[in-house]
Design a protein around this ligand. Structure first.
Ligand SMILES: [Zn+2]
Length: 190
């Protein structure tokens, strides 16, 4: 081996080691265990939506709950954690809530609600319906997600409809998916 090729092999090895280190860094960007759990639930939710590419999920401790701006989905891990602590006492419940919230935000993203001048309540109910469908596709019971959202906004607000309507749209989406795919046996979970 000439000196020149030894240098090239050396550089290639060095470059390779550097690349490997960088890959490892990319694979572990979430230091908070809750964020890693949220990311993996998010990936599961994305898998049932037919999307060419999933919007990135960003943990942001300054937003009040969760939102979709048409490019990415932002959520506050503290908000999710406090909701789960307040309203759930088992894993099924926390998964139903967290995956329901993510499915709701992905629906806003797919329907490009951020760019539409449309009645806000209408948009929320559309997203709730699609979230119900997604939970059914994931075989995750929707009743905890419905209960928590139902209690969250009993009377509604300028931006969000009353919980009773939201519950109904989630259940309708859930049942719609089961009917469409012939899985009526699972109806008791919505
Ligand atoms: Zn919404």
């Amino acid at each position: 081996m000439s000196k020149g090729s030894a240098v090239i092999v050396g550089l290639a090895l060095f470059g390779g080691a550097f690349w490997l280190l960088n890959q490892q860094k990319k694979q572990t960007p979430h230091h908070n265990p809750f964020e890693s759990m949220a990311q993996s639930l998010y990936q599961r939710v994305c898998s049932v939506f037919n999307m060419p590419s999933a919007p990135p999920l960003i943990a942001d401790y300054t937003v009040s709950n969760a939102q979709s701006n048409g490019y990415n989905i932002t959520y506050n891990p503290y908000w999710i954690e406090s909701m789960v602590n307040r309203h759930c006492n088992n894993t099924e419940c926390s998964q139903s809530f967290i995956m329901g919230v993510f499915a709701h935000e992905i629906a806003h993203h797919i329907l490009q609600h951020a760019f539409k001048k449309q009645n806000r309540h209408q948009q929320e109910l559309e997203a709730d319906f699609m979230a119900g469908e997604a939970l059914a596709a994931l075989q995750v019971p929707a009743n905890d997600f419905q209960r928590i959202l139902g209690n969250l906004s009993q009377h509604g607000s300028p931006t969000h409809p009353a919980g009773i309507f939201r519950k109904q749209y989630i259940a309708n989406g859930f049942r719609n998916y089961l009917r469409r795919t012939g899985q009526a046996w699972w109806l008791s979970f919505a």
